[in-house]
Design a protein around this ligand. Structure first.
Ligand SMILES: C[S@@+](CC[C@H](N)C(=O)[O-])C[C@H]1O[C@@H](n2cnc3c(N)ncnc32)[C@H](O)[C@@H]1O
Length: 317
């Protein structure tokens, strides 16, 4: 917002923000102006969108690197790749169904050793959240799944069937900061002795019995437990750590990495990764960049978004 004000740039239209108004696309890319500003992508560059999602940022970046640029767009969710491909229907884009923790081997396979910029916009897309079959939402009933990559691993229903009460409580506390973590874990363990917990509706109802509504009812009582389980089942923090470690080897000197996070644990990891190798990585944003009033009014998801950007100074040995 501030950038737009200083540089007198008119607000981006929906289409300019990468949203096709004729589609039923829900996900609106966050901090679009800021991402474009900080990555400063140029025609002919090679860039990676490590979290293609619905293709919003990818479409914006693609415009910036033409003519002659190469875009490698990854997502671990094949259904998001399908949406992104509709959004950015250019046969030159390289679409890859992989976890971003595998970025070095993706680049190896493509015989592209290093790139000019990497963007990661963490978490989930609104399209995933709004599909009851994916099991991310407590608002609608569906199978208790929450895998970002439904072709791999186990659903949340299996996780809560096999974990101990202590492990469940630790997940709720560490990834959700849920104050009633122990109580929720205890009730889950008692309930699963009698019946399987297989749907989002069942879990939400169970959590509501343990967690009192917050004053002012600002968030649903099941919000933190659902968030914690999503982070755990997808090993989101582990994947981010491995990705951040790999980034310096994937960038050209002067190449930039931008990460948008929505959770304080993620933001801390990004900050620490950018600061721990000052001779290799130069942090460009001392404080995280956040959305202005106009964007948060139009897109509630932007409220918790934090963007950090860094630049590769020298090649790693
Ligand atoms: C917030 S959305 C990205 C939205 C996108 N920037 C846009 O403009 O539409 C996050 C996306 O990242 C994907 N994702 C999350 N973690 C991932 C990982 N470790 N590897 C690859 N994709 C991941 C999710 O499946 C989801 O589609």
């Amino acid at each position: 917002m501030l950038l737009r004000f200083f540089f007198c740039i008119p607000p981006l239209s929906l289409r300019e923000r990468g949203v096709n108004p004729e589609r039923n696309l829900v996900h609106i890319p966050v901090l679009p102006t800021e991402v474009l500003h900080w990555l400063a992508s140029q025609p002919g560059q090679t860039i990676v969108d490590a979290t293609a999602g619905a293709g919003g940022h990818a479409a914006l970046l693609w415009q910036r690197i033409q003519p002659g640029g190469t875009l490698i767009a990854l997502d671990q969710d094949p259904s998001m790749l399908a949406i992104a491909k509709q959004q950015l229907a250019d046969p030159r884009v390289i679409w890859v169904h992989r976890n971003f923790e595998d970025l070095p081997s993706v680049l190896d396979d493509l015989k592209i050793p290093t790139v000019d910029a990497i963007l990661a916009d963490l978490g989930f897309a609104s399209d995933q959240m709004s599909d009851p079959q994916r099991g991310f939402s407590f608002q609608t009933d569906g199978p208790l799944d929450m895998r970002l990559d439904p072709t791999r691993g186990e659903p949340v229903s299996a996780l809560i069937r096999r974990l101990t009460e202590k492990d469940l409580a630790d997940i709720f506390w560490q990834y959700g900061q849920e104050r009633f973590s122990r109580r929720v874990a205890r009730v889950i363990v008692e309930t699963r002795k009698k019946t399987s917990i297989a749907t989002t509706g069942q879990l939400a109802e169970l959590v509501c019995r343990c967690v009192p509504r917050s004053k002012g009812h600002s968030i649903h009582p099941a919000t933190r437990v659902f968030q914690a389980l999503r982070i755990a089942i997808n090993d989101e923090l582990g994947a981010l750590e491995r990705f951040l470690q790999a980034v310096p080897d994937c960038l050209n000197p002067g190449g930039k990495v931008a990460v948008i996070s929505f959770h304080s644990l993620e933001d801390r990891m990004v900050k620490q990764a950018f600061r721990k190798m000052p001779t290799l990585i130069k942090e460009l944003t001392r404080k995280p960049v956040q959305a202005g009033d106009e964007e948060t009014r139009n897109n509630s998801r932007a409220r918790s978004a934090k963007l950090r950007v860094a630049e590769l100074v020298v090649r790693s040995p």
